[in-house]
Design a protein. Structure first.
Length: 232
C-alpha cells in the first residue's frame, strides 16, 4: 500500500499503527509515497492519504479521523527574555513563525472565546516545514502560532514549551483518511482505511485528554464527537 502522510505524522506516530496492522495482515507492505497532500491520491501517486481540512471531488472518499488542534507555543527561556505575547496585535514585537505548505495553507485568523482577528502577516515568518519550525522554536528563535498539539504535547508536559497568546488559537482542522473510489473498491484497502480511521480517532482523543492539564482549546463551539457521528 502506498501511503501519503505529513512528515510530522510519519516520523513518530504512524509506525505503531502499521506494526499493529501487520500483526493481523503480515503480508501487507507499505510505502510512504507522499507528504499528506490530497493531490497524492488524485494523481495516483498514493493509494491512501491522511489529510487535513475538507476536500471536494467526485472521485474522492473521505473518512473523518479526528481533529487537529493547533497551539501557539514558545520556550520558557524565550518568554523570560522577550516577554509573553498576550494578543495577536503583539506580533509586531515578537518573532512569530507560521506553517504554510502542501498539507495545509497558513491560517489567516486567530480566535478567542468572543473575537476573531486577522493575523498581521507582515510580521510573521512563513515556513514550509512544521518540523523545521519546531526546531527554530526550541532554539529560542521565536514562537509558533500554529504548532499541532500532537507534535508538541510531550514538550508541553515536560515544560520545554509553554503556551503563549493565552485565550487565543487558530481554528482546529478536521482530518480525514482519503482515497479514490477505485482504491475504495479494493477490499484490503477498505479494511486498512477503516483501521487507520479508528486508530487516529483514538489517537487524537488521547492527545486532547493528555494535554488538558496544561492547555485546552480556548473556544469549542463545535465539539468533536466523531464516534457518535459515525455510528449514526
Amino acid at each position: 500500500m502506498r501511503l501519503s502522510v505529513s512528515h510530522g505524522v510519519a516520523t513518530r506516530h504512524l509506525r505503531p499503527f502499521l506494526e499493529d496492522f501487520n500483526k493481523l495482515y503480515p503480508n501487507v507492505s507499505f510505502t510512504i509515497a507522499g507528504s499528506g497532500s490530497i493531490n497524492d491520491v488524485t494523481s495516483y501517486k498514493a493509494d491512501i492519504a491522511c489529510v487535513s481540512g475538507m476536500h471536494e471531488g467526485k472521485d474522492l472518499m473521505l473518512l473523518p479521523r479526528g481533529r487537529n488542534i493547533y497551539v501557539p507555543v514558545a520556550t520558557p527561556s524565550y518568554i523570560k527574555k522577550f516577554g509573553m505575547p498576550t494578543d495577536p496585535s503583539d506580533l509586531t514585537n515578537f518573532k512569530a513563525l507560521q506553517f504554510d505548505g502542501a498539507t495545509r495553507s497558513r491560517f489567516k485568523t486567530m480566535r478567542s472565546a468572543d473575537r476573531t482577528v486577522e493575523i498581521d502577516q507582515k510580521h510573521v515568518m512563513v515556513i514550509g516545514s512544521i518540523l523545521g519550525i519546531k526546531d527554530f522554536v526550541l532554539e529560542d528563535y521565536g514562537f509558533c502560532l500554529d504548532m499541532p498539539l500532537f507534535l508538541c504535547i510531550d514538550e508541553l508536559l515536560e515544560k520545554k514549551l509553554v503556551p503563549v497568546l493565552p485565550g487565543w488559537a487558530c481554528e482546529p482542522a478536521p482530518t480525514y483518511v482519503a482515497c479514490t473510489q477505485s482504491a475504495w473498491r479494493n477490499k484490503l484497502n477498505r479494511v486498512f482505511i477503516k483501521y487507520l480511521q479508528e486508530s487516529f480517532l483514538a489517537f487524537f482523543e488521547a492527545i486532547e485528554t493528555k494535554a488538558a492539564p496544561v492547555w485546552k482549546l480556548p473556544f469549542d463551539d463545535s465539539p468533536s464527537n466523531l464516534r457518535k457521528d459515525l455510528s449514526e
